[in-house]
Design a protein around this ligand. Structure first.
Ligand code: UD1
Ligand code: F6R
Length: 694
């Protein structure tokens, strides 16, 4: 996930070297969030020069690059703004030109770092290209830097002088999407604006003097008639739509930063998307709210709003953070795994973001578009993966076959290689991987490439080996997964594969109703996941009361839920070290039934789909042998009555999506079993996040 860091010193002398070190140190504190490139921007030797150093790779690589470029460390600044960024690629591969900071022009009049997504960037880019701007990257962020310059120049031509916060308001008026944003400019030396919408940003304040008050007043626009007229005219001249009006003159002074003697006080500010990078410098922080514009100049922090809404708070508190670094990184969660389980309403949404038109029930996977007709003509689809990623293939195989009518086989990468399975030029091989670096999957990919098959990646890490070596693919955009047990990647892979299957069968009119049903179902998934997550307390209690001391656990599922049973069993094994086995319910009577008695805990998936009656018959086979299963079923159902040990209710969705909801209680169960057993959930024994050995 991207990270932002900014550092401002005012009346505190710092050499350029110290400033650069500060920025790099700030970035290092953001490393845990996952990223693939980083960069910084600081002032150059002359007034109109900005130095930008950026490079793919770890922050250490950036540090080496700064040394390699022999940046002069000696110049001393008593007021300076430096900005920095770690990037998790979304718009464009991790290459130098796509790294942040981005600039408005070769001189770097405006330089920005940005987290989030600008959804109207295509329209903005077209507009800016028509104005003669030349783009250097594939990112959406570059539009913001260029928009700053465009609006600044237009103001200038009209003879209007605007301050940086007013300019920021005018830029924000044109942006759609989400952002955490910092901008610095050679036209506003020593000043920075930071703003956010849907992406966090905070300001840390460090000073030896006591702040007058522990809050900052919010400054609202001047709504007097005269100011409104003046600004409306100004906007007309610009050829932009009128924005809410702001005062162009700096009139107010930030009360918190007033000193008794009227002399400005030495102060340092740290702007960041994450308190983890600020806390080592200061515990005094102010969290910005959506649409706040923080403007720092002359050692003062001002908060501006574009407009005033009724009931809105007129101050922002400067809080004292008492948290430890580790606590901050995990937010309110005890482990990354728990955090990632709870992130699933957002991560599943992000997988679909910009790719599904829910109004017209259409899918648009940019990375596959030009390959779809070739894939439709292929002889068969082979899905290849390991572990959890393999289970996401199993979970979606049926919907692939139903929608595409192409035979689909699902392979464990190691077994596929061991068998030296035949692969032909008219095969499509789909590689599914969270990390994109799993050795077995990469070897299988090379094997398929050598045989001339078309290869498709379904990958989380942009720029990873699998993502680069496949012909085409889909990034699942789930954000970095840190916990060793894969959770949010599974649900996002699942959704990406369903979207893939839907786009392959787009041509067929007879399937429109089914498409519509699935797409409308997908739209509801994030909200439904939120509901399933409410089961946490019940599941925790179940673990405490009856599962903690067990040695073994059986999971039964059939059809779509076979994959859920396998994935649930894998989660329990790897995290809690309890033996568990996922069993196809239809196979029960062919052997496994011998294990069933009144002691062995059994979890059965009995959600409503065409196979529901068959699952019910498996449950009856279990209860007839005194087994008391824990049943996962749909809301309103009571499938095993008092013969069930417990019932976990999940919302109903379309049959092929039900596994997305059913797996979550199992993720939570494995988590709580492990916590109760005192296991370090994020680092279970013998396992690594990315398995780069055969
Ligand atoms: C791309 C942008 C995305 C932006 C969207 C809108 C990137 C990485 N993504 O997403 O941020 O919102 O355009 O224009 O720039 N690929 C592989 N193998 C894989 C995964 C992907 O070859 O395993 C290729 C795809 O074929 C594609 C490129 O990588 O050429 C980007 O894939 P993806 O991010 O899924 O594409 P979009 O959804 O179009
Ligand atoms: C299970 C788990 C592993 C991975 C497997 C494949 O929780 O994390 O089973 O799913 O090692 O890894 P990727 O998806 O990175 O190829």
């Amino acid at each position: 996930m991207c990270g932002i860091f900014g550092y401002v010193n005012f009346l505190v002398d710092k050499t350029r070297g110290e400033i650069v070190d500060n920025l790099i140190d700030g970035l290092q504190r953001l490393e845990y969030r996952g990223y693939d490139s980083s960069g910084i921007a600081v002032d150059g030797d002359s007034k109109d020069e900005t130095l930008i150093v950026k490079i793919p790779g770890k922050v250490k690589v950036l540090k080496d690059e700064v040394e390699r470029q022999k940046i002069d460390r000696k110049p001393v600044f008593d007021n300076h703004v430096g900005i920095a960024h770690t990037r998790w690629a979304t718009h464009g591969q991790p290459r130098v030109e796509n790294c942040h900071p981005h600039r408005s022009d070769p001189k770097g009049e405006f330089v920005v770092v940005h987290n989030g997504i600008i959804t109207n960037f295509h329209a903005l880019k077209t507009l800016l290209l028509s104005k003669g701007f030349k783009f250097e990257s594939e990112t959406d962020t570059e539009c913001i830097a260029k928009l700053y310059k465009h609006i600044y120049d237009t103001n200038l031509k009209a003879g209007i002088s605007v301050d940086l916060s007013e300019l920021t308001k005018q830029v924000l008026y044109e942006l759609e999407g989400s952002y955490g944003l910092l901008v610095k400019s050679t036209h506003y030396p020593g000043e920075v604006c930071g703003t956010r919408k849907g992406s966090p940003l905070l300001v840390g304040v460090k000073t030896d003097r006591k702040l007058k008050v522990d809050f900052v007043d919010v400054e609202f626009p001047d709504t007097t008639e005269q100011a409104v007229n003046h600004n409306a005219n100004a906007q007309k001249d610009l050829g932009l739509l009128p924005v809410a009006q702001g005062d162009n003159l700096r009139t107010s002074q930030s009360r918190a930063f007033l000193s008794d003697d009227g002399i400005p006080m030495p102060v340092e500010f740290f702007l960041s998307s994450d308190p983890a990078s600020v806390i080592q410098h200061t515990k005094k922080v102010l969290f910005l709210e959506d649409d706040d514009i923080a403007h720092i100049y002359d050692g003062e922090l001002h908060i501006h709003r574009v407009k005033k809404s009724a009931g809105e708070s007129t101050t922002r508190q400067i809080q004292t953070l008492e948290m430890e670094l580790n606590e901050i990184m995990k937010g309110p969660y005890k482990h990354f795994m728990q955090k990632e389980i709870f992130e699933q309403p957002d991560s599943t949404f992000n997988t679909m973001r910009g790719r599904i038109d829910f109004e017209n029930n259409r899918i648009n996977l940019g990375g596959l578009k030009s390959y779809l007709s070739t894939i439709r003509r292929c002889r068969r689809i082979i899905m290849i993966a390991c572990g959890t990623s393999y289970h996401s293939c199993l979970a979606t195989r049926a919907i692939f076959e139903e929608l595409t009518e192409i035979p689909v086989s699902v392979e464990l990468a190691s077994d596929f290689l061991d068998r030296r399975s035949p692969v032909f030029r008219d095969d499509t091989c789909v590689f599914v991987s969270q990390s994109g670096e799993t050795a077995d999957s990469i070897l299988a990919l090379q094997y398929c490439l050598e045989r001339g098959a078309l290869t498709v990646g379904i990958v989380n890490s942009v720029g990873s080996t699998l993502s680069r070596l496949t012909h085409c693919g889909v990034h699942i955009n789930a954000g970095p997964e840190i916990g060793v047990a894969s959770t949010k990647a599974y649900t996002s892979q699942y959704i990406a594969l369903v979207m893939f299957a839907l786009s392959l069968s787009n041509d067929s009119i007879s399937r429109q109703e089914r498409h519509k049903e699935i797409i409308q179902g997908l739209q509801k998934i994030p909200e439904q996941i939120k509901k399933v997550l409410l089961l946490e307390d019940k599941i925790k209690k179940l673990c405490d009361e009856s599962l903690n001391d067990q040695k073994s656990l059986l999971l039964l599922g059939r059809g779509y839920q076979h994959a859920t049973a396998l994935e649930g069993a894998l989660k329990i094994k790897e995290i809690s070290y309890m033996h568990s086995e996922g069993v196809l319910a239809g196979e029960l009577k062919h052997g496994v039934l011998a294990l069933v008695d009144d002691k062995l805990p059994i979890i059965a998936f009995a959600t409503r789909d065409s196979l529901f009656p068959k699952v019910m018959s498996a449950i009856e086979q279990v209860t007839a042998r005194d087994g008391r299963p824990i049943v996962v079923c749909n809301e309103g159902d009571d499938v095993a009555g008092n013969k069930a040990y417990a019932t976990l209710h999940v919302p109903l969705t379309v049959d092929c999506l039900q596994g997305l909801l059913n797996v979550i209680p199992l993720q939570l169960m494995s988590y709580w079993l492990a916590v109760n057993r005192g296991i370090d959930v994020d680092f279970p024994r013998n396992l690594a996040k990315s398995v780069t050995v055969e």
